[in-house]
Ligand binder design. Structure first.
Ligand SMILES: Cc1cc2nc3c(=O)[nH]c(=O)nc-3n(C[C@H](O)[C@H](O)[C@H](O)COP(=O)(O)OP(=O)(O)OC[C@H]3O[C@@H](n4cnc5c(N)ncnc54)[C@H](O)[C@@H]3O)c2cc1C
Length: 430
């Protein structure tokens, strides 16, 4: 367990109070509103940064890992793209700078009557407002032969460091001539363009390291986001659509849906494919913490009030980021940060009993196709009071135009990095 706080008085009190098994974390009561944040990902950290700028509150972050392993930019890190950014960050700098309390523990359950979070260690933390941002979990029910027990044999590389490293190792060990197989999930999942970004960057890696290999995408869907822009990029860089293409794509209609995996063999409607590197990205739902604590509905995701991000199922509890049902907004770091800022405003309005101003909802998703070549989709969303949904505004949605000037694609790739630095890396700067 790691604890940090920059307030001298608190440290003094803390030092005089050792932890007692099964007791209250720190054994202290606070007069300021107590906010507990579960999950130190993009959403949780952005919420903290945003609210500490606005109001004096007592914040505790509960995060099970000692360091944040970012999925954003992980495809570039997977192939060790030249100048790819660092994607793993220790929490200590953030905690010191924000002046919050950090508990490295797994949050297990919510007692909404006593307003306590009980952790795996047996300790508990009291809250007035509970902010939950636990990210995603996986569903292994539609492909025979894969389960939670053998996930590292077919690593998703979609959450956490362990799976990322397993996938990287399999890519590096791939015998030249075998395909790198990506099995892309059906909606709804985090980072809709992620599998296709990965395809391009892995194809670039194979060209340099395994010239007889290629990427094979087996898709459970009929189409995917930014498809025309991806296909244009794949044609330019990887001869997509020709016999020599470094990327082959089978949609659901073309037989890409996978039914079984056994050993090195993948059984799809279109046939059987073989590789020592099978990147199986499972179907998804909200993270275990949300699922086990009554925050999800039948969809497996968490229903929320779109104006405040408050759970519609549990009082004094908010859900941010990938775990939440945020209308038409995709599950991205950009959306998660946007929702976190909306939620911080809502919590401040609730504490200060002031009127909450209407929110602005927006998202931009960048994807790299090759080094120095990126594309993006940007969108604004609206929230009408007679419409129970956050709705995409089609006329305010834009994708990198096809046949743009080369500098546009270079600029998009730089923007991707800038956005990563702004939303993620900068949180961990001194
Ligand atoms: C390959 C890939 C590429 C991506 N690229 C982009 C991109 O280019 N742009 C973009 O905007 N987004 C991108 N994303 C999506 C982005 O990473 C997620 O949408 C974002 O991380 C969501 O933030 P979050 O805070 O909801 O969840 P996360 O960032 O996943 O954070 C959840 C945190 O909660 C912690 N946690 C979970 N349960 C508990 C518990 N019980 N107790 C304590 N802690 C717990 C976890 O350890 C984790 O730190 C990408 C995703 C992938 C997979």
């Amino acid at each position: 367990m790691a604890i940090n706080n920059n307030k001298r008085t608190f440290i003094k009190a803390l030092l005089s109070m050792p932890l007692i098994g099964g007791g209250l974390y720190f054994g202290l009561k606070f007069s300021r509103p107590k906010i507990v944040v579960v999950g130190g990902g993009c959403a949780g950290l952005e919420f903290i940064e945003s609210i500490i700028d606005k109001i004096d509150v007592d914040i505790t972050l509960i995060e099970e890992k000692p360091a944040y392993h970012s999925c954003f930019m992980s495809n570039a890190a997977l192939v060790e793209m030249k100048e790819h950014p660092k994607i793993k960050f220790d929490y200590q700098t953030f905690i010191k700078r924000a002046g919050i309390r950090f508990i490295q523990d797994k949050a297990l359950s919510i007692d909404s009557n006593t307003k306590r979070i009980i952790c795996a260690s047996g300790e508990y933390v009291e809250y007035d407002y509970l902010i939950t941002a636990p990210g995603i979990g996986f569903i292994y029910d539609n492909v025979e032969g894969v389960s939670e027990n053998n996930t590292l044999s077919y690593p998703h590389g979609w959450k956490g460091e362990q799976s990322f490293l397993a996938l990287k190792d399999k890519l590096q060990q791939l015998p030249d001539g075998q395909p790198f197989i990506i099995i892309a999930p059906d909606k709804i999942y985090k980072c809709p363009p992620g599998p296709y970004e990965r395809a391009g960057l892995v194809a670039d890696y194979l060209r340099h390291h395994k010239p007889n290999s290629y990427v094979l995408i087996l898709d459970s869907k009929s189409s995917f986001t930014k498809q025309d822009a991806f296909v244009e990029g794949w044609k330019k860089h990887y001869q997509f659509g020709t016999q020599n293409s470094l990327i082959k794509y089978l949609s659901k209609e073309a037989g890409g849906q996978v039914t079984r995996i056994k050993g090195n063999k993948v059984f799809a409607k279109a046939g059987t494919f073989e590789s020592e590197c099978i990147n199986f990205i499972p179907r998804q739902r909200a993270g275990d913490f949300a699922l086990n604590n009554g925050l999800t509905n039948a969809s497996g995701w968490c229903p929320i009030n779109f104006d405040t991000m408050a759970s519609t199922l549990l009082p004094n509890t908010y859900v941010l980021g990938d775990a939440a049902i945020a209308g038409d907004m995709p599950k991205s770091a950009f959306s998660a940060a946007n929702q976190a800022r909306i939620c911080a405003n809502a919590v401040v309005a609730e504490i200060t009993k002031t009127t909450l101003k209407p929110s602005v909802y927006h998202n931009v998703c960048y994807s790299l196709i090759a080094p120095n070549y990126g594309i993006s989709i940007s969108a604004a969303y609206k929230r009408d009071y007679d419409d129970p949904w956050i709705r995409l505004i089609p006329e305010q949605t834009g994708i990198t135009p096809l046949q743009s000037e080369p500098w546009i694609y270079r600029a998009e790739s730089r923007q991707a990095l800038d956005t990563f630095n702004r939303i993620i890396a900068s949180k961990f700067n001194k």
